[in-house]
Write a protein that binds this ligand. Sequence first.
Ligand SMILES: [Zn+2]
Length: 255
Amino acid sequence: MDQLLYTIIALLAASVGSVSLSGSLLLLSNKWLGKVSSYLLYLAGGTLLGSAMLGLIPEAAESLPLTEALAWVLGGILFFFLLEKVILWRMCHDENCERQVHAAAPMIIIGDAVHNAIDGVVIAASFLTSTELGIFVTLSVLLHEIPQELGDFGILIKSGYPRKKALMYNLLSGSSALVAGVAAYFLLDTLEAFIPYALTIAAASFMYVAMADLIPEMHKETKPKESLIQLLLILAGVALIAMAVSGHSHAGHVH
Ligand SMILES: [Zn+2]
């Protein structure tokens, strides 16, 4: 029962919490907003990769043969490639459409709602595995959601949405994490055999977000100083997860 409570708190932090945090960051001056948002993104690159490879995959491999777990991760990466492709197809009607530039605001909201729902399932599956895994997975979600939502605010406001409305839409798309997460919690609690598979898909989602979304974004920045900051914050993110993982490696598991 405690796990359900933790899961709901984590889902609220990841959805309402990250939207309100990013909403309050909007009060910063543009210069600071850009800095904070970039640094969170770099840190998220590290925590996502660390959570996937130091936390989620090893957990899954405790219940599945490693080769099978990795095959599911591979399948998951291909699935997320296709999912993103479909979302891009739905957003673009001309040939040289770049995401974010010509993307219609409603598709941004729907695309995010799908992504947030997946994050919600990831959080539920991690808390069903152990509280510690749940906590650092939630941290990884929070860290990448804040810069993501700041970006969405920017797009919505540029497309003419008033701030209040942009905030409402972000909350709406964030709430999909709560709904999907609670549903996944009950489903996975009854069908425990699915949990290790859910963890492999979660790992694939984290790796995909880090390597296909965040890292290409980081490479737009080529100045040596900023590149060094990127490297250091990625390493800090990995170190954060590594410490959390080594701290709990022998803690009791719920299931
Ligand atoms: Zn996310």
